[in-house]
Design a protein around this ligand. Structure first.
Ligand SMILES: Nc1ncnc2c1ncn2[C@@H]1O[C@H](COP(=O)(O)OP(=O)(O)OP(=O)(O)O)[C@@H](O)[C@H]1O
Ligand SMILES: [Mg+2]
Length: 235
């Protein structure tokens, strides 16, 4: 079964590309035929893919932010190899409504990274309201995972973020620590799951919660759409 996973937030620099590339490399490394669709005109995910060592599990890339070549339809441009099981979409901070509709169509899950900062919380809160409207309007079945990113647990900023998410009834599915492992992996076309397990043990544990959430079966068919939290909810 193909699962389309969208990583999105209108706040710049919150970790969309980091989450997208790490998710893609996780799935590829675990034997899922995986495609990475880069909707950001800055081409960060495409660049990451071009640096990926050939010795690592392959990921099919689509530079989806750019219009198709002459005589090529948009749907042909966006095609992925038959048998693809995981489709990861990296998105830019700013999207036109039509682009958002295309991105959300048939999504299985939507991941919203958020940084521990007041500005990021406010922008993300507004973004989630707009996203909720769009999801209801287009009756997609996708559910949303909030991921706290670049977390340093012993800081007031982190506690403030957790309180903010608690008040909104949006507990994060996981909290990824602030770590140079992500910076290093990103520079080398890798994800943390491609790095030495001893070096990335803590990060892998954080990721497992997100993977468990993504791979969980729907609880039941009666749950509300546009739920967030630690379980999947499918309309
Ligand atoms: N958990 C982390 N630990 C350390 N550095 C991180 C982490 N997550 C992201 N970064 C770094 O933060 C910066 C911004 O991350 P990233 O490019 O993934 O954000 P983005 O949301 O895709 O940004 P944009 O909106 O510009 O596309 C990058 O330099 C990245 O390496
Ligand atoms: Mg990005």
């Amino acid at each position: 079964m193909i699962k389309k996973i969208v990583v999105i937030n209108s706040k710049g620099g919150c970790g969309k590309t980091t989450l997208s590339t790490n998710l893609a490399s996780y799935y590829a490394a675990h034997g899922y035929p995986t495609a990475l669709l880069d909707y950001d005109p800055q081409d960060s995910a495409t660049r990451w893919l071009s640096q990926r060592p050939e010795s690592l599990a392959g990921i099919y890339g689509v530079a989806a932010a750019h219009p198709p070549e002459e005589n090529v339809t948009r749907s042909f441009q966006l095609r992925v190899p038959p048998g693809t099981q995981r489709l990861i979409l990296d998105t830019p901070a700013s999207l036109k409504r039509m682009e958002l509709i295309e991105i959300l169509r048939d999504a299985w899950a939507i991941i919203v990274p958020i940084l521990p900062s007041t500005i990021d919380s406010c922008v993300t809160s507004d973004f989630l309201k707009d996203l909720g409207k769009e999801i209801r309007m287009h009756t997609t079945d996708a559910s949303i995972a909030i991921v706290a990113n670049r977390v340093r647990r012993n800081t007031r900023a982190f506690q403030t973020l957790m309180k903010f998410l608690e008040d909104k009834d949006m507990p994060p599915v996981t909290c990824l620590r602030d770590s140079q492992n992500y910076v290093q992996a990103s520079a080398e076309g890798m994800g943390i799951h491609d790095m030495k397990a001893t070096l990335t043990r803590v990060d892998r544990e954080h990721w497992q919660s997100l993977i468990d959430w993504l791979e969980a079966e729907p609880l039941n068919s009666d749950t509300e759409p546009f739920d967030t939290g630690t379980h999947r909810s499918i309309a």
